[in-house]
Write a protein that binds this ligand. Structure first.
Ligand code: 16G
Ligand code: ZN
Length: 528
């Protein structure tokens, strides 16, 4: 019983699939086995159209399950400024998706009324949809289209894009002065800003080399990075593409390299000491590594990227005398390596800020400063800055102000973007004329270990806001405290429920790798 001319024709094709637990709009939207998703896409397509109608703006629907296996998929909504969906709308999403078949039309009606029946087909309101390379993506796009057009909202399928590209497209659609809102516009913008800075940097280099191996995680990043690379100045980067067309995320990609501390499959013939970069399946995470003589890898994760960028910004702000005028911060999560936090404070003089896991928490905190760098250890992050920050830089015609302005425009300030971050890292390394070894030597990672544990109900685990301690079960926290104490001063450990899977994660750091492994194992046993 949709009133206001809703078209219910598709409703029967998208009956809910029950899985014995409620679905929830988690840190990365809904993520499930792809077979369960069509009805979710249908409903989220509708919700995105409602969001578009209430704001009169373009709204994004991104279909991806990032680093998860190929057979999974997921969906998240992108708000008008290219940011994550506003929190109260996450609640609407969860309610709509959990409504039974019979309840759905009533739930829709209630939501329409609550939002004062936003206008149908108003100009500006449009849903733009994008997807990663998963086979299920096309069908799910159709479901999203059926839901979005339920009330005749315009729907545009942008096809295969990286997650950050869709964020960018949504932002540009709503900020027309920024340039053309499409993939070509994205490449143009990034290639031109890259060139602007590249042209000013010295070409006589001793330590930096443009050669780099790139693990594309067999995902969307492969074809998109190739397109971007073609537009870069000759000789600026010499990328050896790897893992372009195999099984998505299979034994490769940023998540696996970060957690297993091993080179991805397909890197067997890469010589030691050469710089390697790694994307995840939807190209919103980036980590680096190089192989060492001893067969291990040296990993340069999100923390190392954050600190490289933080050093660059901090030094430029100091040389411009803007340290007092500009509020500047570095935002991390509990997973940030203890030594990165120490380096930030002691070497760079930046007070680190710790927020809960999930991009939206980092982004919200970062947005409070004139300029902030936020990164998760897993490789997701970027730099945000205010209009005031940019105005202050524009007042100066010095080289330093120029570099900071261009760097800020190059980095995708809306969301962490593996391609944009890669360009930024490469330019900063070039600026310092650093090899990957020199970058790695900024600080040595404290040995650490992560373990996943399947639990009956992850909701039984409640943490403090910074996620470093458990409030419940309190008895487990007592055990963790004792175990940490036994491993000496440098040890640190915590347990937190995942926001994306039905598991809890154990993280431990200690003076040696053996100690970190033992500490994590001990806590894992107590958690199980
Ligand atoms: C999602 C988050 C990521 C976070 C991860 C944690 C977004 C866009 N992505 O991938 O930031 O690190 O979840 O997963 O927010 P977990 O809760 O399973 O540890
Ligand atoms: Zn991702």
């Amino acid at each position: 019983q949709f009133t206001r001319e809703g078209n219910t024709n598709h409703l029967h094709e998208h009956k809910p699939i029950l899985v014995g637990r409620p679905y929830s709009y988690g840190t990365a939207g809904f993520r499930e086995h792809a077979d369960q998703l069509p009805f979710i896409l249908y409903r989220i397509g509708y919700l995105a159209s409602l969001r578009a109608r209430t704001t009169g703006k373009a709204i994004g629907v991104m279909i991806t399950a990032s680093h998860n296996p190929e057979q999974d998929n997921g969906v998240k909504i992108i708000d008008p400024d290219g940011e994550m969906l506003a929190e109260e709308w996450e609640t609407y999403a969860t309610e709509l998706v959990n409504a039974s078949d019979e309840e759905f039309p009533t739930a829709v009606r209630a939501l329409e009324t609550q939002l004062n029946d936003p206008p149908l087909g108003s100009t500006g309101s449009i849903v733009v949809c994008g997807r990663d390379t998963r086979a299920s993506g096309q069908l799910l796009t159709q479901a999203a289209r059926a839901g979005a057009t339920l009330f005749r909202t315009q729907f545009e399928d942008r096809g295969l894009v990286t997650t950050p590209q869709l964020h960018y497209i949504v932002y540009v659609l709503n900020h027309a002065s920024f340039g053309p809102a499409g993939e070509e516009g994205y490449y143009r913008h990034h290639a031109l800003t890259f060139k602007e800075l590249f042209d000013k940097l010295s070409k006589s280099l001793t330590n930096y080399t443009p050669k780099l191996h790139l693990d594309c995680a067999n995902g969307i990043g492969a074809q998109k990075m190739r397109k971007l690379e073609r537009k870069l100045p000759n000789g600026a980067l010499n990328i050896h593409f790897r893992n372009e067309t195999g099984v998505l995320n299979h034994e490769c990609g940023a998540d696996i390299v970060k957690i297993s501390h091993k080179a991805p499959a397909g890197f067997e013939d890469v010589p030691v000491n050469e710089r390697c970069a790694v994307f995840d399946g939807d190209a919103d995470r980036l980590v680096y590594f190089y192989k060492k003589e001893d067969g291990q890898i040296e990993l340069l994760d999100g923390d190392k990227i954050a600190l490289l960028i933080a050093k660059f910004y901090k030094e430029h702000l100091s040389s411009l005398g803007l340290e007092d005028e500009c509020t500047f911060a570095c935002v991390q999560t509990a997973y940030a390596n203890g030594n990165s936090t120490r380096y930030l404070e002691e070497e760079l003089g930046i007070t680190p800020i710790c927020v809960p896991t999930g991009v939206k928490h980092l982004h919200h905190e970062a947005a409070k400063y004139d300029c902030a760098i936020y990164f998760e250890a897993n490789g997701h992050g970027t730099v945000t800055y205010s209009d005031r920050f940019y105005e202050l830089l524009e007042r100066s015609d010095s080289e330093a102000a120029f570099r900071l302005r261009v760097m800020s425009r190059l980095i995708n300030k809306i969301v962490g973007d593996a391609m944009a971050d890669l360009l930024a890292v490469e330019l900063i390394l070039r600026h310092y004329d650093w090899s990957v070894q020199e970058w790695a030597a900024m600080y040595e990672d404290a040995p650490n270990k992560q373990i996943k544990i399947t639990v009956f109900d992850r909701a039984a685990f409640i943490t403090t806001k910074d996620e470093q301690k458990l409030i419940q079960p309190g008895s487990l926290q007592v055990l963790i405290d004792e175990a940490v104490k036994r491993r000496g001063e440098k040890a640190r450990a915590f347990v937190r429920p995942s926001g994306t899977e039905n598991i809890v994660r154990v993280y431990a750091e200690a003076a040696s790798q053996a100690d970190a492994d033992l500490l994590a194992a001990e806590i894992a046993r107590a958690t199980d």
